[in-house]
Design a binder for this molecule. Structure first.
Ligand code: GCW
Length: 658
C-alpha cells in the first residue's frame, strides 16, 4: 500500500505538514488487516519525511501506540485515546477504529503529545456516513458530467470511460480523515450508459472500490428501477413479478462475486422522470423491499429516496403542495420496509433551499430506518462561486427536536447521514477552495452531530493552512468570512423562508418569477398585497399538520412561527410586523442591503489574508469573491425592485431601489 501523492492537486486538509507530529516520533502499530496496513503505511510515509520510526514489536518505548482490542467497548469504528507516562495510546475496537484513531491524532498534532490525557472514548454517532456522487460517465448535454457539480468533471470517469484512479485513492484518504465510510459513485438520475455499471460495466465500480477499500470506504451504486427491462430484456420491472425478482437476485449475486464488500443500491424512483413501482400499481415499500431482498443475503442495503413529488403540477392549482409529497407518499408505509431498506429523506420538505423547515417525514416513521440527506454541493447556496459555510445550517437540522424541547433530535432519530458530494476533478477538489470546509464539516458532523461549526472550521483551518504567515490572523479572517456566510447568503437571496427565486434550470442567480408559472410546484405567490405560501390547516394546504406537536401548532400560527420560516408557512401582507418589530417588506429591503454589504466586506477581509495563504489560492478566492459581490448586488437589486414594484412600499431609509 502506497500513500497517494498527487502533483498539481491541492492536498486539502491533509498536507504533509499535518503529519509532522506523528512523523517525528516512534510509533508502534499492531494489527494485520487491510486497514492496519494503511495505518502502517501512513505512519511510515510520515516518518520518511519527518525522521520518526515505525515499529511492530511490543517491547520497547514508544511515543504513540496504535492497537486493536475488540473488548475496548467502542464498536468496530471507535477507539479510546489516552496519554500517560509520555506515551499516547489509541486502542481501537476494530480495524476501522485504528484508522479513525490515527486521524484523530493527526487532527490534534503536537497537542496529542503534550499533557496527560485521561481515556477518551470516541465512536461515531451514525453508523453510515455517506456521500452520494451525482457523477455520470458521459458528459450530459445540459447537466455536464456531474449533475449539479461545480468543481469540474468526475474524479471517477472521463467523458465516456474510466480514468486513471490515483486521485480516487487520495480522495478516500481525505474522506477517512473526516470520518466518511461510504460513497455512492454515480448519479441518482441513472441514464442509459450509467445503468450498465450494474452489469457489463461493473468492473469500473470494482476498480473504484479497490481504491477506496484501504481507507475503510464501501462503494454503493445508483441503479435504475427499470433495469430488468433495459438491461435484462424482461417485459416488466414489476417488483412483485417472480422473473423480475429472480433477475435482481442473480444480478446482485454477480455484483458480490466481483465486489465482496459492496455496500448496496441507491434508488431514485418515480421522481422527476425516473421509473419506479407506480408504473405497475405497486407502492414504494414493494419496490424497496424487492431490492432489499436481493441484497440481504450479502449484507447489502438499499437507500430508497423519499424525494417523490409531482413535477408536472398545474400552477393554477393551489391545493397541491410539493412540501406535502414525501410525507403523503411514505408516512403510510412506515413499518413495511425491510431492515436493510433505508429511507433517504432530504433535510427539508422541498429541495435543499437555503432555508426550509426540517422534513416532517423524519418524525413520521418510527419503524423505518432513516438516512437524512444533505446537499454539500451548493446547488441553491451559491454553486461554489459564493462562500457559504453550511455547517451551521446542518447543525441546526441535526439538533432540531421534532417533538419539542424534551424530545429526541434529528440526529437521534436518523440511523445515517448522507450528503450530495461537492467534489470534482478541479485542482482544489471543490472549485472554491473554501468549499472544502463544507465537505470536511459534513464528515465530522456525521461522526459527532453535536460538534460546534466554528470549532470544526477551526480544525479545518489548522489542518489545511498549517504554515501560513500569521496563523492567528488567518484564523481570524477565515472565521470572519465563513462563520456567518450561510446567513449572509440567506440575507441577499431568500427572505423569511421563501425559496426558488432562482433562474430555472441551472439555479444560479435571481429570477423571482422564474418558477412561478412552471409545473415544478415551487411558488411564492407574491401579489400586490403580500407574499408567501399558506400551508396552514385552517386556510391552506394543511402541511403544518404533518408535524407533531408542538411544531404543528407553532408553524400553524403566524404569531408563533419563527420569522425565518414565516413565508414558508404563511401568506402575509407586506405590512405584517415581525417579531423584531420590522415589517415584512422592510425586512426584505434591510436584509438585502445588509447581505450585499456583507458580501463586499468578505472581499475586503480576504485582502488581509494575502501573504498567509499560497498566492494562487489567494487569487482564486479573490476572483470568486468578485463574482460573489457582483451576484449579491444583483440579488439585492432584483429582489428589492421586484417587491417594491409589487407592493409600492417605500424603503424607510430611502435607499436606492430601481
Ligand atoms: O435538487 C434537485 C436537483 C436535481 C436532482 C434532484 C434530486 C439528481 O435540481 O438535479 O437530481 O434534486 O435530488 O434527485
Amino acid at each position: 500500500m502506497t500513500i497517494p501523492e498527487l502533483s498539481g492537486v491541492h492536498p486539502a486538509w491533509l498536507p504533509p505538514e499535518a503529519f509532522r507530529a506523528i512523523g517525528s516520533r516512534r510509533t508502534l502499530v499492531l494489527g494485520d488487516d487491510v486497514l492496519a496496513d494503511t495505518v502502517r503505511a501512513e505512519v511510515a510515509h510520515a516518518c520518511a519525511r519527518y525522521g520518526g520510526t515505525l515499529h511492530d514489536d511490543r517491547d520497547g518505548a514508544y511515543d504513540l501506540v496504535l492497537a486493536q482490542d475488540p473488548e475496548a467497548g467502542v464498536g468496530p469504528e471507535g477507539f479510546v485515546l489516552s496519554r500517560r507516562d509520555g506515551a499516547t495510546t489509541v486502542v481501537a475496537g476494530g480495524p476501522a477504529g485504528l484508522l479513525y484513531g490515527l486521524f484523530e491524532v493527526v487532527r490534534r498534532g503536537e497537542a496529542a503529545f503534550g499533557a496527560d490525557l485521561p481515556a477518551e472514548a470516541h465512536r461515531p454517532a451514525l453508523r453510515r456516513r455517506m456521500l452520494d456522487h451525482w457523477d455520470n460517465i458521459d458528459v450530459h448535454p445540459v447537466m455536464g458530467q456531474v449533475e449539479r457539480g461545480y468543481a469540474g468533471g468526475s474524479i471517477f470517469w472521463r467523458d465516456g470511460g474510466p480514468r486513471d484512479l490515483t486521485r480516487v485513492r487520495a480522495y478516500g484518504r481525505l474522506l477517512a480523515a473526516c470520518g466518511i465510510n461510504a460513497v455512492a459513485v454515480n448519479n441518482v438520475n441513472v441514464h442509459a450508459t450509467e445503468a450498465r455499471l450494474l452489469t457489463d460495466r461493473l468492473g469500473e465500480v470494482a476498480a473504484i472500490a479497490d481504491e477506496l477499500r484501504p481507507y475503510g470506504i464501501r462503494v454503493h451504486l445508483s441503479v435504475n428501477f427499470a433495469s430488468p427491462v433495459a438491461l435484462g430484456g424482461l417485459a416488466t420491472a414489476d417488483p412483485l413479478d417472480d422473473g423480475v425478482r429472480a433477475w435482481w437476485a442473480r444480478t446482485t449475486e454477480r455484483v458480490y462475486e466481483t465486489i465482496p464488500d459492496f455496500g448496496g443500491y441507491v434508488v431514485k424512483a418515480d421522481s422527476e422522470g425516473q421509473p419506479g413501482p407506480f408504473a405497475y400499481g405497486r407502492d414504494h415499500a414493494d419496490g424497496a423491499n424487492m431490492l432489499a431482498d436481493a441484497l440481504a443475503p450479502f449484507g447489502g442495503v438499499v437507500h430508497w429516496r423519499a424525494f417523490v413529488y409531482d413535477h408536472r403540477q398545474d400552477w393554477r392549482d393551489r391545493s397541491t403542495d410539493r412540501a406535502r409529497a414525501a410525507y403523503d407518499h411514505f408516512a403510510p408505509l412506515d413499518g413495511r420496509f425491510r431492515d436493510n431498506a433505508i429511507l433517504q429523506v432530504k433535510n427539508g420538505p422541498i429541495d435543499f433551499q437555503v432555508r426550509e423547515p426540517v422534513s416532517p417525514v423524519i418524525a413520521a416513521m418510527p419503524d423505518t430506518r432513516l438516512a437524512v440527506e444533505l446537499q454539500v454541493t451548493q446547488e441553491y447556496t451559491g454553486q461554489q462561486k459564493h462562500v457559504c459555510y453550511l455547517a451551521p445550517m446542518w447543525r441546526e437540522v441535526l439538533g432540531f427536536r421534532p417533538w419539542g424541547p424534551d424530545g429526541r433530535t434529528v440526529a437521534d432519530v436518523a440511523t445515517e447521514l448522507v450528503a450530495v458530494s461537492n467534489v470534482g476533478d478541479d485542482p482544489y477538489w471543490t472549485g472554491h477552495p473554501l468549499a472544502q470546509a463544507n465537505l470536511y464539516a459534513f464528515g465530522r458532523l456525521a461522526w459527532a452531530p453535536g460538534l460546534d461549526p466554528a470549532d470544526l472550521l477551526d480544525e479545518w483551518i489548522g489542518l489545511t493552512f498549517p504554515v501560513a504567515g500569521d496563523p492567528g490572523r488567518l484564523r481570524r479572517v477565515l472565521h470572519e468570512i465563513m462563520d456567518g456566510s450561510w446567513r449572509t447568503y440567506e440575507r441577499y437571496t431568500a427572505p423569511l423562508g421563501v425559496g426558488f427565486m432562482v433562474r430555472p434550470g441551472h439555479h444560479y442567480g435571481p429570477d423571482v418569477d422564474g418558477y412561478e408559472y412552471t409545473p415544478w410546484g415551487t411558488y411564492h405567490f407574491a401579489d400586490r398585497d403580500g407574499v408567501g405560501v399558506d400551508r396552514t390547516r385552517a386556510t391552506g394546504t394543511g402541511f403544518t399538520g404533518q408535524y407533531p406537536k408542538p411544531w404543528s401548532d407553532v408553524y400553524e400560527s403566524p404569531a408563533e412561527c419563527p420569522d425565518e420560516l414565516l413565508l414558508f408557512f404563511h401568506h402575509v401582507p407586506y405590512g405584517r410586523v415581525l417579531h423584531d418589530g420590522t415589517t415584512v417588506i422592510q425586512h426584505i429591503y434591510d436584509t438585502h442591503f445588509a447581505g450585499a454589504e456583507q458580501a463586499a466586506a468578505m472581499r475586503d477581509r480576504w485582502e488581509k489574508a494575502a501573504g498567509d495563504v499560497p498566492p494562487e489560492l489567494h487569487a482564486r478566492v479573490r476572483e470568486l469573491l468578485d463574482e460573489q459581490v457582483r451576484s449579491a448586488r444583483e440579488w439585492r437589486d432584483q429582489i428589492n425592485t421586484y417587491f417594491f414594484r409589487k407592493s409600492g412600499a417605500a424603503d424607510a431609509h430611502g435607499r436606492r431601489i430601481y
